[in-house]
Design a protein around this ligand. Structure first.
Ligand code: GTP
Ligand code: MG
Length: 239
């Protein structure tokens, strides 16, 4: 065994693994909370506007070995504090919507919530990556109330259109197939496809604007709203 490798008996290893699993559980809870928030926004927005800006939501928890692999690769401190501070994509939530104009709406509805703190934002839509990648990335933190403590946990939220998502998942597959060494002809075809996806987003947006599904905003009823007539109506129906 090489000298820098710590020696660990089975019992120590088991304890370490248990503690790491407990640490990772906080990130799973943070995903649950963010997913619930976004599902609520989806349902409520639909009720208010009869229009749904959210197509679907995905989430993933980074595998423990991938977390530790990233710590080693990026030379972060190999301890919980090092991970907490530096690895901000352990909890990942992806929100896919129909139209480009939905993206800032969803962003504002998330970031505006009292218990959410925006830690970082990268707008790869205004500034697309050289390969053509587009998405809005937010790193937010959210309090997670554990049975014995409260932790603020970072979550990476990616917001993108269906066209952006379609492109990104194919690009990801190709990137992995070639282990990062994508041949130049395929690379330029991917860039072309990214341009076609962006053009489709523009076209769909302008069609969407013509139809304008947003309607008039919902009015918040006054607390003093008299419900007597409603009560009598229910009584009449059940009689
Ligand atoms: P990491 O250290 O890998 O997390 O990168 P980063 O901290 O520089 O963040 P970045 O915003 O570049 O990317 C974060 C995530 O966005 C990635 O894990 C992917 O899910 C997605 N992403 C970023 N760039 C690309 C891309 O070119 N293609 C695809 N398919 N996904 C991308
Ligand atoms: Mg990442």
């Amino acid at each position: 065994m090489r000298s820098w490798q710590p020696t660990l008996d089975i019992e120590d290893f088991r304890l370490l693994r248990e503690q790491f699993t407990d640490f990772m559980l906080g990130y799973k809870f943070a995903i649950d909370e963010i997913t619930t928030k976004i599902n609520i926004l989806r349902e409520d927005f639909n009720a208010a506007h009869e229009y749904n800006p959210i197509e679907h939501i995905n989430s993933r928890l980074k595998a423990p070995e991938s977390v530790l692999e990233k710590v080693r690769r990026k030379n972060y401190a190999m301890n919980l504090a090092g991970i907490r501070e530096n690895v901000l994509d352990i909890a990942g939530v992806r929100v896919v919507c129909s139209f480009i104009s939905d993206i800032p709406k969803i962003r504002d509805m998330i970031v505006g919530q009292e218990d959410i703190t925006l830690l970082d934002e990268r707008d790869y839509i205004t500034n697309r990556k050289p390969n053509g990648y587009r998405s809005l990335h937010l790193i937010v933190s959210i309090p997670v109330f554990r049975s014995d403590r409260t932790d603020r946990i970072p979550v990476e939220i990616q917001i993108r259109t269906i066209a952006m998502d379609f492109w990104a998942s194919l690009e990801h597959k190709i990137y992995y197939k070639y282990r990062g060494e994508v041949p130049p002809n395929l690379r330029s075809e991917l860039t072309e496809a990214a341009e076609a996806a962006a053009a489709l987003d523009e076209k769909m947006e302008s069609l969407h604007r013509l139809v304008d599904h947003n309607g008039k905003p919902r009015e918040t009823p006054a607390d003093s709203l008299d419900l007597t007539a409603l009560y009598l109506g229910f009584l009449g129906n059940s009689a």
